[in-house]
Design a protein around this ligand. Structure first.
Ligand SMILES: Cc1cc2nc3c(=O)[nH]c(=O)nc-3n(C[C@H](O)[C@H](O)[C@H](O)COP(=O)(O)OP(=O)(O)OC[C@H]3O[C@@H](n4cnc5c(N)ncnc54)[C@H](O)[C@@H]3O)c2cc1C
Length: 333
């Protein structure tokens, strides 16, 4: 069923005011294909919406906004291990906790990442040393132009840091309908990141790891339910080795992570903090006072104001360190 002039202000975690010209939330694959066919017939531009936690919405979204509502998940035992099938609208965090409670390892470091399963491959969600690509086996999708179904393997997804084929060649061309993930009953804690190991026994359960991740994240990140935000607003920048050496000579405490290709990943939050911007507020937006990588919306602001504010933060970092920050949340419309 189509809804006209549907409000999306509560459907994006930044809390940006937005109205969709048309909106549908198909609960089956057939309903999804029907909605796609209708959009094709009328030549409506299409926007796919998940949990709205990584999106910058405009004041009005023309055409049709599709928010898949298929929300089943199930386990499959195969000869070579256990698979999880999760439809697009399954809440990612709820799935992670349900798996960890069953003693299934694989997704526990990705606890408390907001959003729906359907969006998780788009930027290859990652946290605490693990990325979705580490456990993803396949992605089921439907192409927008002809309603054709396809299954992509993990290698087809071209996963990188906050990147995938869904942001490249397949951007705006498909709806992800289901994920297939590999999980295991074999304990395999990955505690090498941050202060995770210090908070846990040497042989924790999957649930203990997930709960420790949640506890750390709650200490650092604002809850979108109380303060509008989209998580990290900027990606951690990659610079060439020479640039990194120059910066490190001047700032030996700059957190840095050498990459296999010789480039070096820098901590964007540190760079913003060192510009004196942590806790900085202008108008309706600010830099979070505990995590400088997160921009927050105090309410009453607009998309243009947010983009102007973010541009100012990025300009200060470029002036001080010569490093270009790239935005992480995607713009819709
Ligand atoms: C407090 C907070 C903390 C966060 N922490 C992390 C973190 O640690 N690591 C991390 O990687 N991310 C993090 N994020 C970002 C965000 O949670 C993830 O990117 C998440 O996967 C977005 O899911 P969503 O359902 O909200 O997607 P949306 O914001 O609704 O959409 C994001 C993009 O995916 C597309 N999309 C959505 N669903 C589908 C679908 N079914 N098929 C095709 N395209 C689709 C949209 O068109 C859009 O381009 C955080 C965000 C917040 C608010």
């Amino acid at each position: 069923m189509l809804h006209a002039d549907h409000p999306l202000t509560d459907a994006n975690t930044l809390g940006l005011p937005c109205v969709a010209e048309r909106y549908a939330a198909p609960a089956t694959l057939d309903a999804l294909r029907e909605a796609l066919a209708l959009a094709r017939r009328h030549d409506w531009p299409l926007t796919v919406l998940g949990g709205g936690s990584n999106l910058i919405l405009p004041a009005r979204l023309p055409g049709l906004v599709l928010q898949p509502a298929m929300a089943q998940w199930w386990l499959e035992e195969r000869d070579d291990g256990i698979r999880v099938h999760a439809e697009a609208a399954v809440e990612w965090h709820a799935l992670v906790m349900a798996l960890a409670k069953r003693g299934l390892w694989g997704a526990e470091n990705l606890a408390l990442i907001p959003g729906h399963c359907g969006a998780a491959p788009i930027q290859n969600i990652g946290a605490y040393g693990v990325e979705l690509g580490d456990l993803l086996e396949a992605v089921h999708l439907v192409y927008l132009d002809d309603g054709r179904e396809a299954v992509l393997s993990a290698s087809d997804c071209a996963f990188g840091y906050r990147d995938s084929v869904f942001k490249g060649a397949l951007s705006g061309r498909m709806v992800i309908t289901r994920l297939v993930l590999r999980v295991s009953t074999e304990p395999r804690p990955r505690l090498g990141y941050g202060d995770l190991a210090g908070r846990l026994d040497p042989a924790p359960t999957a649930l203990e790891v997930a709960e420790a991740v949640c506890a750390i994240r709650r200490e650092k990140l604002p809850d979108p339910a109380t303060l509008g935000n989209a998580g990290s607003f900027f990606k951690n920048p990659l610079v060439d080795g020479e640039h990194a050496r120059r910066l490190l000579a001047e700032h030996p405490d700059l957190p840095h992570f050498p990459q296999p290709d010789g480039r070096v990943k820098l901590a964007a939050g540190w760079l913003i903090d060192r510009c004196g911007l942590k806790g900085w507020r202008r108008g309706h937006f600010g830099v979070h006072d505990r995590q400088a990588l997160v921009l927050v919306h105090f309410g009453g602001g607009s998309t243009e104001e947010l983009l102007g504010f973010a541009g100012e933060v990025a300009a200060r970092v470029r002036e001080r360190f010569g490093v270009v920050l790239e935005r992480e949340p995607r713009r819709a419309g």
